[in-house]
Write a protein that binds this ligand. Structure first.
Ligand code: B12
Length: 244
């Protein structure tokens, strides 16, 4: 593990569990000072700095994915630990989320840019009761970049809203996101609603979000599970039989 940014190495001291030290430490293994500066400013919620630093990195020809993984997502991992351990609270997390959004303003157009014909229509939403949307939004960017048309239903999406959107847009894929163990069951509730509406065979249903596992996805009767935005695109392609 190589954290060279002084402020970030102070922040890393909040990561006290060994498995998290290894996992989050590995995120910084290949990152340089600029990426660590982005991570540090995201943790501190400095949205103007994150905005400027992400732009600077892209101007210096860093890959958008590198900035996303080594800067923004790595920083958010430490925010998550501090939040869980009551070092910071909802307002601070919201400020970090705002900083993430500021950085994503530069990354979104790059990840979403694709000149190819749409390969399928996807409905994406965070399930009922759940307000987390950063991961879902990343999946949407990557899906658009991968050539999908995506309709974003936002957060707190009720089963009926997923169904109505599928009918309205003639979508063949539904993607559901959940970040809370208490809202994960709403994925199953939504799948049941599709069954009751006689539409289950018309759509492929993908699920994801930090607490969701492949086993859970199978138990819920989902067609696919992805642990990150890149996998989200891959499973959407696999499920529709699209090569590449
Ligand atoms: C940011 C955040 C918030 C922000 C959300 C802002 C926003 N606009 O999203 C705010 C402050 C609002 C918030 C509120 C709450 N939060 Co919160 N939050 C987080 C935090 C720190 C980061 C989540 C995040 O954005 N991660 C980064 C993204 C990139 O990762 P991701 O979402 O997992 O997405 C990736 C993959 O999972 C996957 N993926 C995601 N969706 C999908 C969908 C498909 C189809 C596929 C294939 C893949 C996929 O791809 C994504 C990109 O790689 C997490 C901790 C953590 N590190 O996860 C806690 C966390 C999720 N929150 C938690 C809690 C408890 C809450 C609150 C209940 C707190 C409270 N007491 O009020 C509320 C709940 C509000 C609600 N009703 O939803 C807990 C959940 C615990 C649990 N086991 O249920 C966590 C784990 C913190 C903790 N360690 O305790 N939170």
């Amino acid at each position: 593990m190589a954290i060279i940014h002084e402020g970030l190495s102070e922040e890393f001291k909040y990561v006290t569990k060994q498995n998290e030290q290894e996992h989050i430490g590995a995120m910084f293994d290949s990152s340089d000072l600029l990426m660590q500066e982005i991570a540090f400013n995201l943790i501190k919620g400095n949205n103007n700095e994150v905005y400027d630093l992400v732009k600077k990195a892209l101007d210096q020809n860093y890959e958008a994915n590198t900035v996303l993984d080594d800067g923004l997502i790595a920083g958010m991992a430490i925010v998550g630990v501090k939040f869980r351990d009551n070092v910071i609270f909802v307002p601070e997390v919201l400020i970090s989320a705002r900083a993430m959004k500021a950085g994503m303003e530069h990354i979104d157009p790059i990840l979403s840019a694709s000149g190819v014909e749409p390969i399928g229509t996807v409905i994406m939403g965070t399930v009922k009761g759940d307000l987390h949307d950063i991961g879902k939004n990343l999946c949407i960017m990557m899906l658009r970049g991968g050539g999908f048309t995506v309709h974003d239903l936002g957060v707190d999406t009720k089963p009926d809203e997923f169904i109505d959107a599928v009918l309205e847009h003639e979508a063949t894929v539904v993607g559901m996101s959940a970040l809370l163990t208490t809202t994960m069951p709403n994925m199953g509730v939504t799948i049941e609603a599709f069954e009751e509406a006689g539409l289950r065979d018309e759509v492929k249903i993908l699920v994801g979000g930090a607490p969701v596992t492949k086993n859970f996805a199978d138990e819920m009767g989902a067609d696919g599970y992805g642990s990150n935005a890149v996998e989200c695109v891959q499973i959407a392609k696999d499920i529709l039989g699209v090569k590449g």
